[in-house]
Design a protein around this ligand. Structure first.
Ligand SMILES: Nc1nc2c(c(=O)[nH]1)N[C@H]1C(S)=C(S)[C@@H](COP(=O)(O)O)O[C@H]1N2
Ligand SMILES: [Mo]
Length: 344
């Protein structure tokens, strides 16, 4: 069984999400554990391989609504390496840091990381973990959205207070992230008065409106250029002619919305992002999708959906470029539905 609003990706397909690779370096790969420890420790990947080995079968649940069930991960339990460092009594949070250009990081409360059976994974389905998926060493946090599973793990800092991670800070990702409770995003920090004013002016451009609730509103001609509408609820909303170029509508609920003539194209260098958006029942005639990722987005219901809705209305006036169409291929039923509708 999958958590709410998740769908199984095509077998043999495993999308790469976020950073594509580790930082270039000639230094050998070590894992360092520092912070509130009695003993600062460092292991090479070969050292790690001599520690007790653990296998876990996990279900990957990406926040953008694709899942990949029954992935066999193997490596060393986080608990094993933490125990070797002897944590100080004040240790409460863990910050996991990657060897990448932006030193990507994420965090977990210590007790939760242990309770979830967090793994330092080096193998996947019996093979060395591929570099593109975080090899030689990645964190695997079962039963959490996959953004907690940091690729290219290089350092763990043991802390007294939480240090929220990259996605949690810049993209409003939820910090607790239980997929069974759909904890995908926090709401934007904008005040209600400002939100109401921007809605009345139909201008959301360039601002963060994550988690916005605007079901059923008339937002005809909306200027949403470069807006962030992650996780927004726009069911039955009238977005005729809306300009969503460069906007981030990841996981937006657009069920039965009207998007006639709306555009989701790049804004300068910045492509729009519609991963995990729900377009079921939406009117997309005349809409234009270009350069936008639709990974995990839905246009028709999938088997197992709790609520079955009619498919989106698309026809020959709806345009998709090859980037947009290719990004749909991870959910084959969606790709097939869209292709079949737009040739009509
Ligand atoms: N270092 C690093 N780890 C990361 C990310 C990233 O951008 N950099 N993205 C996270 C997100 S959002 C997801 S969904 C998963 C994707 O893992 P995959 O590319 O192996 O599917 O990695 C997570 N770990
Ligand atoms: Mo993600």
């Amino acid at each position: 069984m999958l958590p709410p609003r998740q769908h199984e990706a095509a077998p043999e397909r495993w999308p790469i999400v976020g950073e594509p690779k580790a930082a270039r370096s000639d230094a050998s790969w070590n894992l360092t554990i520092s912070g509130l420890v009695e003993e600062l420790k460092q292991w090479s990947v070969d050292d790690l391989r001599t520690l007790p080995w653990q296998r876990t079968s996990i279900d990957v649940h990406c926040v953008t609504r694709w899942s990949k069930t029954g992935v066999d991960m193997a490596g060393v339990a986080l608990e094993t390496v933490l125990r070797a460092c002897r944590l100080l009594p004040t240790a409460s949070f863990l910050s996991f840091i990657a060897r990448t250009d932006r030193k990507h990081h994420t965090s977990l409360p210590l007790d939760e990381a242990l309770r979830l059976g967090t793994l330092l994974a080096m193998e996947c389905d019996g093979q060395p973990l591929e570099p593109a998926h975080g090899g030689p060493l990645r964190l695997v946090v079962p039963n959490r959205y996959f953004y907690k599973s940091l690729k290219w793990l290089e350092r763990i800092e043991v802390l007294a207070e939480d240090r929220p991670g990259y996605w949690e800070t810049i993209a409003n990702h939820h910090n607790t992230v239980d997929p069974w409770h759909e904890q995908r995003y926090r709401e934007s920090s904008l005040g209600r008065a400002e939100v109401d004013q921007r809605i009345a002016a139909r201008d959301l451009s360039g601002c963060d409106f994550s988690g916005l609730r605007a079901d059923g509103l008339d937002l005809t001609g909306l200027n949403g250029r470069g807006a962030s509408l992650r996780g927004a609820s726009l069911r039955r909303t009238n977005l005729t002619g809306a300009n969503l170029d460069g906007a981030n509508i990841t996981n937006c609920n657009l069920e039965r919305a009207t998007l006639r003539g709306a555009t989701l194209r790049p804004l300068g260098e910045q492509p729009a992002d519609a991963e995990g958006a729900d377009f079921r029942g939406a009117d997309l005639r005349g809409a234009a999708f270009a350069g936008v990722s639709l990974l995990g987005a839905t246009f028709c219901s999938e088997p197992g959906d709790r609520e079955v809705l009619p498919g989106a209305i698309l026809d020959a006036t709806t345009s998709f470029d090859s980037v947009a169409l290719d990004s749909l291929s991870f959910l084959p039923r969606q790709a097939q539905y869209v292709r079949q509708m737009i040739v009509r």
